[in-house]
Ligand binder design. Sequence first.
Ligand SMILES: Nc1nc2c(c(=O)[nH]1)N=C(CO)CN2
Length: 186
Amino acid sequence: MEQECLIALGSNLGSRAGSPVETVAAALSALADSGLRLRRVSRFFATPCFPAGAGPDYVNACAAVGATMPPPAVLALLHDIEARFARERTDRWGSRTLDLDLLAQGDAVLPDAATQTRWRDLAPDRQRSEAPETLILPHPRLQERAFVLVPLADIAPDWRHPLAGTTVRDMLTAIPGSDRASITAL
Ligand SMILES: Nc1nc2c(c(=O)[nH]1)N=C(CO)CN2
């Protein structure tokens, strides 16, 4: 059965595809060519780098795609596309030629809610050692980021977080207005 995946795209450096806008556009074509079915694409937005001053502005967008494969296979596919656009994975907040995040797949919760709660309460360094490269769904920082929520609201305003119970529209209302105001559609 096909499930809907919500994917966030971001770029703040040119790649072999060209500018960040061209890179995000090329990544969407790559997604469509990869066996995922492209259902909806948001507008492209210029967003200030988070954290502030860590690099040039980003271009961010979101896409809804249909997938018949399980979440780890979708993630592997996203990593493969990132690699083709030569993203450097060394620096956590550093500049990105292309960043593809799997935000959600249907209402999947991975790992289970109790494990996610335990991890969330750990200090960040222990979080990284106990939960190294584990796929967490929905994406654990989805609610905090205007640069994700603003494009996501274009394509899935009524999607409901399976643990928090809130919609994308609710989450967007809950973040500071100044964060939203700093984002402009291209
Ligand atoms: N505005 C914005 N800032 C970021 C982004 C991003 O996509 N947009 N991605 C990052 C690395 O994941 C770090 N900072």
